[in-house]
Write a protein that binds this ligand. Structure first.
Ligand code: PHE
Length: 464
């Protein structure tokens, strides 16, 4: 949505369009591609449950905080934070949250476009009948051959980046609304088709057990950090995307119920994707912890065996690509809205510069799957490092600061007015949830991962 400078800001046409746009940002590769593979790598059950509790305890209050701040500031995240810091007589360094978010958005988009490029290639592969009756090893071969060819990865990465820049450059109002209004429901339908397939495949019970059995023994301190990072990533939190979108929300919309709807939708898509993918994994003796290739091996395998599989497969990867584009758009919004607002820069130029920057950075991810596969830092490839840093460190850190600011720094009346609640107890409740519980969870997980000795010492003290 463009920002017009006559003082009146363009708004979402109504609350439901905001829900759709926010859901368009939230639902993306994080749900369909990432959630199943991370759950697979981290042993399933306990991870899924920790992740869902992070959504409820941390994700919901932080998303409310972001929208609250965005709607109060009615500007790009950086400017909103500057304005609100002033109104609240807080230090202007709080605007750091906005800058951190812009940086996180760059990092995430750089690899997001590479993976979305895989989905683009798979539209094409599926449409040309490339998946019919390929079998498990055939599906793995197709994927591995693709990954080993950097030029191909680069081609699809570039194509996705061009699409994103084109849409973002033209202003996202109409396009985005239409996209989410049509494609999201269609995506649900395709997921249900895959679910039904998975249900009949013979691996369904095993998949349900894998996803929901609470196996505490596979949980390590890292598991908590990864589950929390995933909760932030999937809800598009901690980098200002929701703050930027929140700045276009009409005053009449209720923040609390809106956020709950978005979180439910998002979790539904993630869990449904897992329940669609894992039966295929178990029925075909595939490895659940195989990493980023999980969706790209299992889904072609399933569609390859169905009647009309090429058609459904094409449609599926098309929808995944759309889901990815609506998320990619929101990754650029904090940076673009700031540059447009501050320097009155032309939206299309800003979009191109940002696209080029992320495209170049993305080449590192492209190479991580072939030439640079053995080049690691602390055991992580380039892609893993960018992913870990942005998702597990920057987003939770941004979210922590956002919640603290929204709970303790801005004036109480503003909080009450924004949340549509009244009275002292309402404010207490908000401060307990957003100002204490959510930040405390994030902080504990950070301490737990970065300084595991602290918790080990506590454990020992309790036992002793
Ligand atoms: N939520 C998106 C997804 O799940 C990714 C995203 C992260 C988008 C952060 C915006 C901000 O795919």
């Amino acid at each position: 949505m463009a920002n017009d400078f006559s003082g009146k800001r363009e708004m979402w046409s109504n609350r439901w369009l905001f829900v759709l746009a926010a859901a368009g940002s939230a639902v993306g590769l994080g749900n369909i591609w990432k959630f199943p593979y991370i759950a697979g790598e981290n042993g399933g059950g306990a991870f899924v449950l920790i992740y869902l509790s992070c959504i409820a305890l941390v994700g919901v209050p932080i998303m409310m905080s972001e929208i609250l701040l965005g709607r109060s500031g009615r500007s790009s995240p950086i400017t909103s934070m500057e304005k609100l810091a002033e109104v609240s007589k807080a230090s202007r360094y709080w605007a750091f949250i906005g800058w951190l978010g812009v940086l996180a958005g760059f990092l995430i988009l750089s690899y997001y476009a590479v993976i979305a490029g895989w989905a683009l290639n798979y539209i094409w592969l599926s449409g040309s009948g490339g998946f019919s009756n390929i079998g498990a090893s055939g599906a793995e071969d197709i994927f591995n051959n693709f990954l080993s060819n950097p030029w191909q990865l680069l081609f699809w990465h570039s194509l996705f980046m061009i699409f994103t820049v084109l849409i973002v450059g033209r202003g996202i109002g109409k396009g985005l609304e239409t996209a989410v209004r049509w494609f999201m429901p269609l995506l649900f339908i395709l997921l249900v088709i895959l679910l039904i397939y998975g249900f009949q495949s013979g691996g369904f019970t095993q998949a349900v057990n894998f996803m929901f059995d609470f196996k505490m023994d596979v949980v390590t301190t890292e598991t908590w950090l990864i589950a929390m990072g995933q909760a932030f990533f999937t809800l598009s939190l901690g980098m200002g995307a929701m703050m930027a979108y929140g700045s276009y929300v009409p005053d009449s919309a209720n923040i609390g119920s809106t956020v709950i709807i978005i979180a439910l939708l998002d979790s539904f898509v993630a869990v449904a994707s897992g329940l669609a993918i894992f039966p295929i994994v178990f029925a075909n003796g595939l490895e659940p912890g195989q990493g980023p290739g999980l969706m790209f091996v299992t889904v072609p395998l399933a569609f390859g065996q169905m009647s009309f599989g090429s058609l459904f497969g094409t449609l599926f990867f098309l929808l995944v690509s759309f889901a990815a584009i609506t998320s990619a758009i929101s990754l650029t919004e904090p940076a673009i809205s700031y540059l447009v607002e501050k320097y009155n820069a032309q939206r299309s130029r800003v979009a191109i510069s940002l696209g080029v920057f992320c495209w170049v950075l993305g080449i590192g991810t492209v190479l991580s799957f072939n030439h640079w596969a053995d080049l690691t830092l602390f055991g992580r490839t380039f892609f893993d490092s960018v992913d870990y840093l942005s998702q597990n460190i920057m987003l939770p850190l941004g979210g922590l600061l956002i919640a603290l600011f929204a709970a303790w720094k801005i004036p109480g009346e503003l909080i009450l007015e924004q949340l549509g609640i009244s009275g002292r107890y309402g404010l207490y409740a908000w401060r307990i949830v957003a100002g204490i519980i959510a930040p405390l969870c994030v902080a504990l997980v950070f301490i737990n991962t970065l300084f595991p000795e602290v918790f080990e010492a506590i454990n020992r003290a309790q036992k002793g």
